[in-house]
Each structure stands twice: as C-alpha cells, then as structure tokens.
Design a protein around this ligand. Structure first.
Ligand SMILES: Nc1ncnc2c1ncn2[C@@H]1O[C@H](COP(=O)(O)OP(=O)(O)O)[C@@H](O)[C@H]1O
Ligand SMILES: [Mg+2]
Length: 351
C-alpha cells in the first residue's frame, strides 16, 4: 500500500473539512478523489503532502507517517496543483532548474532533468521564454514538470485540468497517462467524473468531508444508470406530461435535473436506442422539446443518484462570503471536448 488513509479528520475552526475519510492506493495505481468545490479534496492533498497536519486519524505515504515523518514523505512525493508554484518572471527552464535546486539535485543534474522534462512536455521551444508568456495549458504542464524533477514515487495532482479549455484538458490527460504508464502512483483530485473515468483505476467520491461512494468508474456509472438522454420541455407547464410520456423508457424512472427544467432519462448501455425512443414518444404526444442530448453521466448525476440533490459549493457553514449556488462546470463537460472550442488564453498551445 503506497498511500493509506484512516479516519482522517481536519477542522479549520468551526469548519470540518474532513470528517473521517478512509482510502488506500496500491503501487502504480491511480486514485481519483472526486467531489465538488468545498468537498475537502485539497485539504486531503495538503495533509498527504505534509503541508498541513491532520486534526485526527492517520495517513501514510510509502510507509511514512505524514504527521511524524514529514521529511521522509517529502522525499518521495511530487505535488502539482491549481495554484501553481511557477515564478512568472523566470523562464520555463529556470523554473525547472529552481525546482531541482530545492531538491538539492546539483547544478548539472538539475539542468539535465530540466531539459528532458521540457522536451517531454512539449515545452522545449518555449523553455527560454518567461513563464508569464505561457498559455494556461503550458503553465499546467510546466508545473507538472516541476513536480517531477525529483522523480517522485508518488504524485499528487490537485485538479490538474480545472480551468483549461477542452483541447488542453485532453492534452493534459495524455501527459498524465504517460506518467502512469511509467509506474508512478498517482492521487488526482477532480470535479469531473469524466476525468476520473479517463484516468483513475479507483474513484473515491467525497462530499462535505465524507466519502459517499467508492469504486471503479464503471461501478459509479452503473449506479447512475449509464448514459443520460436529456431534453428541455418548451412549455414548462407540460413538464409533468413529458415525464409521463417517457416514463417507461430507459432504466428506472426519468427525473428532472437540479434546475427542474430538463428531463433526464437513464439509458444504461443503450443510449442511441433510448434517444430514438424518447424522440418518437415525445413527437407522438405532440410535445415540443429542445436541447435534446445524449451524454455521459457527470458528477452531478452521481450526486443526484447518491444523495438526491445536486452537488453544491461550499462547506458546512455557508457564512457571509461563502460562495453558494450551483456548481456548473461539470454539466457541460464532454459536450465541448473535441468541438474545437479553444479558449483565447490558450492560443498557440499546440498540443
Ligand atoms: N485554511 C482554511 N481555513 C478555513 N477553512 C478552510 C481552509 N481550507 C479549506 N477550508 C474549508 O474546508 C472545506 C474544504 O475545502 P477544500 O479542501 O479546499 O475543498 P475542495 O478542494 O474539495 O474544493 C471548505 O469548506 C473550505 O472552505
Ligand atoms: Mg481544491
């Protein structure tokens, strides 16, 4: 067992960020820690990487206790996160050399590994440019490269693709997959079921500091009922009628989404067939609908199934300044991938 977490708890004042979390990761495996904003993902990563002490429970990395053997833990891990540790005024190469010096690699070894990593992450041409000129995707790759300078056995990636445009996200997935193929043990946090599906062997779903589900992505998708056929009813007053019309189609009972505006029919593994059946049934009933779509299940679907509510932002005590409201980033996942929707911030990010 490379990572072992037992009854892990963390409080910040009144906020219980983690309330007794258990999971473990075998050597060479990828664990996806999946949850909405405020679930406690970053807190778990910060504890496992020795940046904050736990309030209770135990965590070990490569057999070393994170609370009592922090220095030993630090020698075997790498961390890349959303808040990048990249110095904007330094070049890509200088950033990596600096990371190497932090690990006492020695000047020539640091330079050699930096050059290798730039090459490997498609940054060789940009290596002489200041990091502040990099696109979002390039910065994430540079940050990831920096976390690998010490050749860590265990890598922690905190939301490695949040905020990236779809194309950079897919590029990043390729990079992460290569790392894993070389045997690195990985703990990755994400808000996207799709991302955990792409990368993780095992998924632990957390909400408000508690594990609410675990298993492979197939397990989770089975629980959700597979693909989802979704549509909006033009005349909101006829929503109940629409639910009635499609009631016998798909798997289980069709439901309304969190906004109450869209009908969702679980399609299991028969997405195309159910889609056609739904369209025919609505047409026969003379019910005008819009935005008909067949999509992969999202974190929202997992939450709806497991908790009966949509994933919400924020912790236990939504005080003033606490951001509330629908997390919407996961909902349109998938739809955009490959659609060529490239954010302007990532122009020139040729992956
Ligand atoms: N340093 C801190 N001080 C106070 N509250 C914190 C701190 N760090 C995290 N929290 C709270 O703990 C909860 C979990 O946060 P976090 O681990 O960052 O979640 P996630 O990474 O899943 O979005 C949230 O309610 C957050 O506001
Ligand atoms: Mg976080």
């Amino acid at each position: 067992m490379i990572i072992e977490v037992e009854g892990l708890r963390k409080s910040f004042g009144d906020v219980q960020a983690l309330r007794g979390v258990d999971f473990s990761v075998d050597e060479g495996m990828v664990l996806g820690l999946l949850g909405p904003n405020g679930a406690g993902k970053t807190t778990a990563v910060r504890i496992l990487t020795t940046l904050v002490p736990p309030s209770g429970g135990r965590a070990r990395v490569c057999g070393y206790d994170v609370a009592h053997e922090a220095a030993a833990v630090r020698r075997v891990i790498g961390l890349a996160g959303q808040a990048t540790a990249i110095a904007p005024d330094l070049t890509g190469l200088e950033n990596l050399q600096m990371a190497g010096r932090l690990y006492h690699l020695g000047r020539s070894l640091a330079r050699q590994r930096a050059a290798e990593l730039l090459e490997r992450f498609d940054l060789a041409d940009a290596g002489g440019r200041q990091a502040k000129t990099y696109s979002g995707g390039m910065l994430r790759r540079l940050d990831l490269a920096a976390s690998l300078i010490s050749r860590p056995r265990v890598l922690f990636l905190d939301e490695p693709t949040t905020g990236l445009d779809p194309r950079s996200r897919v590029g990043m997935w390729g990079v992460i997959r290569e790392l894993v193929a070389q045997g690195t043990t990985l703990l990755l946090t994400t808000q996207y079921l799709e991302e955990a599906d792409e990368l993780a062997d095992q998924i632990v779903v957390i909400d408000h500091g508690v594990v609410i589900a675990r298993g492979t992505s197939e397990d989770l998708k089975d629980r959700v009922g597979g693909d989802v056929v979704e549509f909006g009813v033009d005349d909101r007053a006829r929503t109940a009628q629409a639910l009635e019309v499609v009631a016998a189609l798909g798997e289980g009972t069709p439901v309304l989404d969190g906004t109450g505006a869209r009908v969702q029919v679980r399609a299991g593994g028969r997405g195309g067939t159910v889609l056609v059946e739904v369209v025919r049934a609505l047409d026969a009933a003379g019910l005008p609908v819009s935005g008909m779509a067949l999509r992969r299940p999202s974190l929202d679907d997992v939450f709806m199934t497991l908790t009966g509510h949509v994933a919400e932002e924020g912790g236990t005590a939504p005080g003033p300044g606490g951001r509330r409201g629908r997390r919407n980033s996961g909902r349109r996942q998938g739809a955009g991938v490959g659609a060529g929707a490239s954010g302007s911030a990532d122009k020139g990010d040729a992956r």
